[in-house]
Design a protein around this ligand. Structure first.
Ligand code: ZN
Length: 165
């Protein structure tokens, strides 16, 4: 291999390493902040493999590691004594109206939709986040988890798209 090529490759790998470190650092900072701030953290268990096959998601997904991010939240929650749960990936969080429970089977990729039953206008992601929280709290109640001391629940939208550094 020519020296020049070697040099270029070395610079390239250095650049990749730097980028990886930067992302790792960002994940660490963000997950620590979340775990310190919130007592109950509920996330969706995403079907990442399936999403990779979807051309709408795939290019964005390649830049982030949702799995790594979730793992960090999971182990940090344990260290900090916080509750962490993931709800089933089969739960229709986007298609369910968080206000009346209507199941909108016709919803495709729309970012905003109006519930035909209660007329409420939803931001797709916020509606999903509210449903995820609701389902997570139901799961915890089913586990007989005592949630009374945990205060009010706050919904923060943490989608895999929003954690991209
Ligand atoms: Zn509704």
């Amino acid at each position: 291999m020519a020296t020049d090529t070697k040099k270029t490759l070395k610079t390239y790998w250095k650049w990749i390493d730097k980028k990886k470190n930067k992302i790792n650092d960002y994940y660490h900072k963000t997950t620590t902040k979340i775990v310190e701030k919130y007592d109950i953290i509920i996330l969706e268990d995403l079907n990442i493999k399936g999403m990779f096959q979807n051309p709408r998601y795939s290019p964005k997904l390649q830049k982030i590691s949702w799995k790594k991010f979730v793992e960090m939240i999971k182990y940090k929650a344990e260290i900090y004594g916080k509750i962490f749960r993931q709800i089933s990936r089969w739960y229709p969080s986007s298609k369910t109206c968080n206000n009346c429970g209507y199941y909108n089977k016709d919803l495709k990729y729309e970012t905003e939709w109006k519930c035909p039953q209660c007329q409420k206008i939803h931001d797709r992601d916020i509606n999903a986040a509210k449903n995820i929280l609701k389902q997570g709290l139901t799961d915890l109640t089913d586990e007989k988890m005592n949630l009374w001391s945990r205060g009010d629940s706050t919904v923060i939208l943490l989608s895999w798209e929003s954690i991209s550094p």
